[in-house]
Design a binder for this molecule. Structure first.
Ligand SMILES: Cc1cc2nc3c(=O)[nH]c(=O)nc-3n(C[C@H](O)[C@H](O)[C@H](O)COP(=O)(O)OP(=O)(O)OC[C@H]3O[C@@H](n4cnc5c(N)ncnc54)[C@H](O)[C@@H]3O)c2cc1C
Length: 306
């Protein structure tokens, strides 16, 4: 029987990958976690909505999660990019790393996260995670009662706007182009005095990382303290390894998975932001645990029955 370097290759050392690693380590499986240090929440100074560590710096959370893994002797972490993954004739996988190493694995977990795409207007990139946020659950509490804006259109606006209104009644919807909104949302906006701005955003005006106002292409300046920007769809994963392996995606750009997070390719699992619309550290960790447990159960069943 072929000998593998590790049972599992985990692509990505974010909440999903690190939690998968812990689950595998606790069941004596071996795994190599490869991470190229591009965490999604890196622009943010606080990781919120995470019991026991609410408000911790995201980098500190990762450091601590890595420290937790040190006691599991079968789990290794390496700061490296996974450049390619191919299936071997024996049904395992061979991966090429940016360190130059080529290693073999029985299973793969793709925990590579998502690449945020932002509107082109100057200011979005600079303020991302600081005054422009992706999620009210993560950063809404700190922005409660402020003059807020929602940058969204269509179904996403209908989903996001009521949540943002729950944080403040001083709310403006920026559709950043012609609005495409359900009639009932427009009516509710009039009733709730939420202004609709369709003119394209020219730039976000800010002092350091604090938003001051939104400058529109028609010259208007609308004072705002913070914005929530809906994601641009479809989502984009941070690597193309899933495509390389032939994993199918949904129309939203997320990996199709079964109840144990196995993708449409046998032996390849996905965990975290890349396979769910619930984008939070807790959700990603939970999905990492599910993928790890799925692999443990599958491998141990196979070995026991052999
Ligand atoms: C600005 C911002 C702030 C946020 N704040 C919060 C918050 O306060 N609370 C909260 O619960 N959630 C927050 N989130 C959401 C949270 O960051 C994500 O849901 C979570 O990080 C997803 O975890 P993940 O492991 O799937 O992906 P990530 O954390 O993005 O980790 C994926 C990792 O994979 C690595 N990777 C990708 N491709 C490769 C490759 N080929 N080889 C090796 N490594 C690779 C990347 O470098 C990255 O480190 C925030 C998101 C953003 C954008």
């Amino acid at each position: 029987m072929m000998k593998y370097d590790h049972d599992v290759l985990i692509v990505g050392g974010g909440p999903a990958g690190l939690s998968a690693g812990m689950t595998l380590g606790r069941m004596l499986r071996s795994a190599l976690i490869c991470d190229d240090q591009r965490p999604r929440n890196a622009p943010s100074a606080h990781l919120n909505n995470f019991p026991t560590r609410d408000g911790i710096h995201p980098a500190e959370w990762r450091k601590e999660a890595r420290r937790n893994l040190e006691k599991y002797s079968t789990i290794q972490t390496v700061d490296a990019r996974v450049l390619s993954i191919e299936r071997t004739d024996e049904g395992g996988f061979i991966a090429e790393l940016s360190t130059g190493d080529r290693k073999t694995f029985r299973r793969v977990i793709l925990a590579d996260g998502l690449q945020d795409r932002l509107p082109d207007a100057p200011g979005f990139k600079e303020l991302w995670g600081k005054s422009v946020f992706h999620c009210p659950f993560c950063h809404g509490y700190e922005a409660r009662g402020l003059a807020l804006g929602t940058v969204a259109n269509g179904a996403m606006a209908a989903h996001a706007l009521p949540m943002h209104f729950g944080l403040t009644q001083d709310l403006v919807l920026f559709t950043n182009g012609p609005a495409d909104l359900p009639a009932e949302l427009r009516e509710a906006m009039v009733h709730r005095k939420v202004e609709l701005v369709e003119t394209r955003i020219q730039a976000l005006l800010h002092e350091e990382t604090v938003l001051k106002a939104v400058a529109l292409e028609d010259g208007r300046i609308i004072k705002r303290d913070a914005l929530f920007a809906a994601p641009m769809l479809p989502f984009e994963t941070k690597s193309s390894l899933g495509e390389m392996l032939g994993c199918e995606k949904t129309e939203l750009g997320l990996f199709k998975v079964n109840e144990m997070n196995e993708t449409t390719v046998k032996g390849v699992y996905a965990a975290g932001d890349n396979m769910t619309r619930q984008h939070s550290v807790l959700h990603a960790s939970g999905h990492g645990v599910t993928a790890g447990a799925g692999i443990v159960s599958d491998m141990l069943y196979g070995e026991f029955m052999r």
